[in-house]
Write a protein that binds this ligand. Structure first.
Ligand code: GCB
Length: 591
C-alpha cells in the first residue's frame, strides 16, 4: 500500500490534531451506534498519541476494551471528481471506521496502516463525521498476543511481552485524493554488477488503463534511466550505491499517461544495494557488515507509543552520537517516517513483526510463571498462525522498498524450545521468503532455547540471539558471565551462519554508583557491555551487537521493573548513562 503524497496528481490532508474521545470499557458504543451522532461526554484527545498517559487516571492507563475517536472532517473543495481515501497509519491494536453512518473499514493489528476508499460517501467542500473505535484487547489470536482475565478488579489485560500495552491512534491520520486510474503499488528490487545498477520494478495500477512510464532521477533531478511498461528493468550506469553510513537515494517517478495527458504520478525513493548471507558473513553490497546499535522501542513520556518527528530525529542523532550504524524495530513495525529517515541516512534496520510474547514459560524477565504449553489448541494455535501470517504480509507489503531494511525478524523470543514451534514457524519463514526472496529472514532466539535445543534455527538464515549473561544469568559475576557467553556463542557459530547478538545488557538506575561491581549501578551496566564486547571480538561468527535498549521504557508492573525497564543506555528522557559513553568509546574510539 503506497503512502499518501502530494504531487502533480495527488494531494493529502493531515487529520492530526485534537479528536473527540470517549472510553467505552463496557462496549456500549457498538450496541448503541455511537458513530451515528456526536460522541457524548467526549473529551479532547491528541492524535497521534497513546491515550493511556494523557489523563492522570487508572481508567485511562489500565483501560481494557473499546475507545472511540471522532472528528468532523472537511473534504477539500478541489477534490470534486477525484478518488478520496481515508487512511490510518496505525490504530492499536484494531480499529473499525465509520464515515457518517456507514462502516468503511475494519483492521486488525496495531502497527500497520489501512485505508478506505470513501469517494461515494463524501462531497467535496462539505464536512463529514469520521468515527473510529479502537480496541486494545490482546488475545491468543492477536499479534502481539495476550489474555484478558476476570479479576476482582474487573477485566484485566495480561501479556507476556515486556513493554506497556499502549493503545490509541499512534500515527497520523490522512485524507488523500488520487485520480480514479492510479498507481496502486510499486515493488522494486535492486542489484548491480561492475558499476552498473539494475532496478527491477513492477507497477500495479487500478481503476482503468494507462501507459506506464518509469524514470529514475538522481538527487539533482537529472534523468538516469527510463522505461515504458508496468514491469521492467532500469539500468543505471555508474551507479551510486546506497551504503551503510551513506543513504544515497534515487527517485523513481512512475507516471501514467492517457495519450499526452498525465493521469497519475508517484515518486518513490530507491536505494540500489544488495544484501546476502554467505557462511558466517552478512554482506551489504558484497562487503561484510557488522551491526552496531540497539534494540529500540517507540516509547516516550506522555505520548506513549505515538510517532513524533522531534523525538525521532533526536533519537537518530543520539544513535549517531554513540556511533551506532543500525537498530532493530523491537518489537513491532515502526512508523514509516522512521524507515524513511533510516533510508536517507544510511542506517541499517532489522525490521520486526509484532509477534512478541509467544512464549508462556517466559514473561518480562521472569521464568516459569506459566506452566501451560505455548503451542496447543487452547493457546497459540492455527488461528494465531493465520494472524501472524497476515502480520508478516502487511509488514513486507509496507516495507519491501526500503533499502535500510536488510533483514526480517518474524518474531521475538518465541518458545522455540518446544518441538511444536517448528510446525508453527516453518510455514511462516517460507511465507516470508516467498513474499521477499531478496532479504534474509529469522526468528530472534531466547536463552531457554540454546543452539542445541532451538527447533527453528536451521530454518533461519541468520542466528539472532538475545543473551543476558551478567544480568539474568550470573548476576554480578562477570567472570562466569564471560565464560558462559563465549561458550554459547561458539555453539551458535557451529551452525555456520552469521550470529547477531540482538539483545544484551543490564538495567541501571541513573545516578546509582558503586566502586564494586554492583548490579543496577551505571558502572555495572557499562561493565556488562564491555565484558560482552570482549567476547564478541573473540568469536568470528558474531557480526552484530545490538544493546538492549537504546532508552528506558515503560512496562507493565513487576518486581523486576523499577518505573519500567531500565536497560536503556539513555534514560527515558534521553539523558546518557555511563554505558552510553562506554559505547562511544567502542564504536567511535572516543576517550
Ligand atoms: C528480552 C526481551 C525484551 C525484554 C528484555 C528484558 O529478552 O526480548 O523485550 O525487555 O529481554 O529486559 O528482559
Amino acid at each position: 500500500m503506497l503512502r499518501p503524497q502530494d504531487g502533480p496528481t495527488r494531494e493529502r490532508k493531515s487529520l492530526d490534531g485534537l479528536w473527540r474521545f470517549a472510553l467505552d470499557a463496557e462496549g456500549a458504543g457498538r450496541r448503541e451506534g455511537w458513530w451515528t451522532r456526536p460522541l457524548e461526554a467526549a473529551r479532547l484527545m491528541p492524535v497521534p498519541a497513546s491515550y493511556n498517559d494523557i489523563v492522570p487516571s487508572p481508567d485511562y492507563r489500565d483501560h481494557v476494551g473499546d475507545a472511540w475517536y471522532q472528528s468532523d472532517v472537511r473534504v477539500p473543495v478541489g477534490w470534486e471528481g477525484r478518488r478520496i481515501v481515508l487512511r490510518f497509519d496505525a490504530a492499536t491494536h484494531r480499529g473499525t471506521v465509520w464515515v457518517g453512518d456507514v462502516q468503511v473499514a475494519a483492521h486488525e493489528g496495531g502497527y500497520t496502516p489501512f485505508e478506505a476508499d470513501i469517494t461515494s460517501r463524501v462531497t467535496p467542500g462539505t464536512s463529514v463525521r469520521v468515527t473510529i473505535v479502537v480496541n486494545n484487547e490482546l488475545t491468543w489470536q492477536s499479534i502481539p498476543p495476550g489474555e484478558v482475565v476476570e479479576t476482582p478488579a474487573g477485566r484485566t489485560q495480561r501479556y507476556h511481552h515486556d513493554f506497556f500495552n499502549y493503545a490509541g491512534l499512534h500515527r497520523s491520520v490522512w485524507l488523500h485524493s488520487t485520480p480514479h486510474t492510479h498507481v496502486d503499488d510499486i515493488t522494486v528490487t535492486t542489484t548491480y554488477d561492475d558499476g552498473v545498477g539494475r532496478v527491477d520494478y513492477a507497477i500495479e495500477l487500478t481503476g482503468g488503463d494507462a501507459q506506464v512510464t518509469t524514470t529514475l532521477l538522481a538527487p539533482d533531478g537529472s534523468e538516469v534511466a527510463g522505461q515504458v511498461g508496468a514491469t521492467g528493468t532500469l539500468v543505471v550506469p555508474d551507479v551510486h550505491l546506497w551504503q551503510p553510513g551513506e543513504g544515497f537515494l534515487y527517485d523513481l517517478r512512475v507516471a501514467l499517461h492517457d495519450g499526452e495527458r498525465l493521469v497519475d504520478s508517484y515518486d518513490l525513493k530507491v536505494g540500489v544495494r544488495t544484501v546476502e548471507v554467505r557462511g558466517h558473513e552478512f554482506l551489504v553490497n558484497g562487503e561484510p557488515f557488522y551491526f552496531r546499535g540497539f534494540g529500540k522501542h517507540e516509547d516516550a513520556a506522555v505520548r506513549g507509543k505515538a510517532h513524533d518527528d522531534a523525538l525521532m530525529v533526536h533519537d537518530f542523532e543520539l544513535m549517531a552520537w554513540t556511533g551506532a550504524n543500525s537498530f532493530r524495530t523491537a518489537h513491532y513495525p515502526y512508523a514509516e517516517e522512521v524507515l524513511d529517515y533510516a533510508d536517507r541516512h544510511g542506517i541499517v534496520v532489522i525490521d520486526e513483526t509484532a509477534a512478541v510474547g509467544l512464549n508462556l514459560p517466559l514473561s518480562g524477565g521472569m521464568i516459569g510463571q506459566d506452566k501451560r504449553p505455548t503451542f496447543s489448541d487452547e493457546t497459540f494455535n492455527d488461528a494465531t498462525r493465520a494472524a501472524h501470517a497476515q502480520a508478516i504480509r502487511e509488514l513486507v507489503a509496507r516495507d519491501k522498498n526500503h533499502p535500510s531494511v536488510v533483514l526480517w525478524s518474524i518474531a521475538n523470543e518465541p518458545d522455540t524450545a518446544s518441538p511444536a514451534s517448528r510446525t508453527y514457524f516453518g510455514p511462516l519463514l517460507d511465507l516470508t521468503r516467498g513474499l521477499d526472496p531478496t532479504r534474509p529472514v529469522g526468528v530472534v532466539n531466547m536463552f531457554l532455547a540454546p543452539a542445541a535445543v532451538c527447533q527453528v534455527s536451521d530454518l533461519c538464515d541468520v542466528a539472532m540471539v538475545n543473551r543476558y549473561f551478567g544480568w539474568y544469568v550470573h548476576t554480578g559475576d562477570l567472570e562466569a558471565a564471560e565464560r558462559s557467553l563465549e561458550a554459547e556463542l561458539r555453539e551458535w557459530s557451529r551452525k555456520g551462519k552469521p550470529v547477531i547478538v540482538t539483545e544484551y545488557g543490564a538495567d541501571a538506575l541513573p545516578g546509582l554508583h558503586a566502586v564494586q561491581g554492583e548490579p543496577w549501578t551505571e558502572e555495572y551496566q557499562a561493565a556488562v557491555l564491555e565484558m560482552s564486547h570482549r567476547v564478541f571480538d573473540r568469536v568470528d561468527a558474531v557480526v552484530g551487537e545490538h544493546v538492549w535498549n537504546f532508552a528506558d521504557f515503560a512496562t507493565s508492573y513487576g518486581v523486576t521493573r523499577v518505573d519500567g525497564n531500565r536497560k536503556g543506555v539513555f534514560t527515558r528522557e534521553r539523558r546518557p548513562k555511563a554505558a552510553a559513553y562506554a559505547l562511544r568509546r567502542r564504536w567511535l574510539g572516543e576517550v
